[in-house]
Write a protein that binds this ligand. Structure first.
Ligand SMILES: C[S@@+](CC[C@H](N)C(=O)[O-])C[C@H]1O[C@@H](n2cnc3c(N)ncnc32)[C@H](O)[C@@H]1O
Length: 258
């Protein structure tokens, strides 16, 4: 996984369990441009490495979950991945007569959507521009690759840490579908998910604008560009979608092309 290091706001530091090798900890800190956490200067946000996982924590905030990490083997993820065809996203993205189309997920986040798409048979190339989110996702992918249940699915997923715009403007291949989910709207009634997203939103204050992504995606003329939006959110600026699939809280704007 490639990565970029940028100054972070709010302050974030890396802490590790004593069982983790010092070399691994320093490698991760250097690749993310993070300081190591010091007890006398507790950071607002903590990236915590243990033998089991990499997790994002906001210590001492009772309003937020203790820790957030990517786990594709959770029962909820497994249940949804068992019947991917029931998912509106999969229905929006599917391409007839193609067994395993190449799909670019230009806004990978925690990879939840990408996992469903991969479970449905897509080969998913994911881009994530926030280096911390990318590190959490990469860690989740590596653990899932060791799970008998999830390994076959994550085999079809590849993460590139960086801005998808760079790729879309100069693609190395021709994807059949490009998927964009550019923001973190409050779209779930589940308090747990809302809390997860709140924690992640603390990192997500510098996301690139979504419109250039849509323009670059359409310019590539894939068979479909699919954009996730809040149900009542405005269209992204540009041409009108060919059609829309609506769920309870979100919708998918589908642009049919080449
Ligand atoms: C709403 S989240 C995506 C959630 C994701 N669909 C999921 O299922 O977990 C949007 C993510 O897109 C990333 N992002 C936004 N613009 C991007 C770009 N131009 N290139 C790569 N990542 C981008 C943000 O950093 C953020 O993590």
């Amino acid at each position: 996984m490639k990565s970029t290091s940028q100054p972070l706001n709010p302050p974030l530091a890396l802490a590790a369990d004593p069982q983790c090798s010092a070399a691994r900890v320093h490698r991760l800190a250097a690749s993310l441009g993070l300081p190591l956490a010091r007890e006398d200067q507790p950071p607002a946000l903590l990236l915590h490495l243990s033998e089991e996982r990499l997790a994002l924590c906001k210590p001492g905030d009772p309003e937020l979950p203790g820790a957030l990490w990517v786990d594709f083997t959770r029962p909820a993820a497994r249940k949804r991945a068992l019947h991917p065809g029931r998912e509106l996203l999969v229905q929006a993205a599917k391409v007839r007569h193609l067994a395993s189309p190449l799909l670019i997920d230009a806004t990978a986040g925690l990879g939840r959507d990408a996992f469903l798409l991969a479970a449905a048979g897509f080969r998913v190339r994911m881009f994530e521009c926030n280096p911390i989110v990318a590190a959490l996702l990469q860690d989740g992918l590596e653990r899932a690759a060791r799970s008998p249940y999830a390994a076959a699915i994550v085999e079809r997923m590849q993460l590139i840490a960086g801005n998808a715009l760079d790729y879309l403007r100069l693609p190395a291949e021709h994807p059949e579908v490009i998927y964009l989910d550019p923001m973190f709207p409050e779209r779930s009634k589940s308090a747990k998910v809302k809390q997860d997203l709140q924690l992640l939103q603390l990192l997500d204050d510098r996301s690139p604008a979504a419109e250039p992504l849509l323009q670059a995606a359409l310019a590539l003329r894939p068979k479909k560009v699919v954009v996730k939006r809040p149900l009542k959110g405005p269209l992204l600026a540009g041409p009108a979608p060919s059609y829309t699939l609506k769920g309870k809280a979100i919708r998918f704007d589908v642009y049919v092309g080449g």
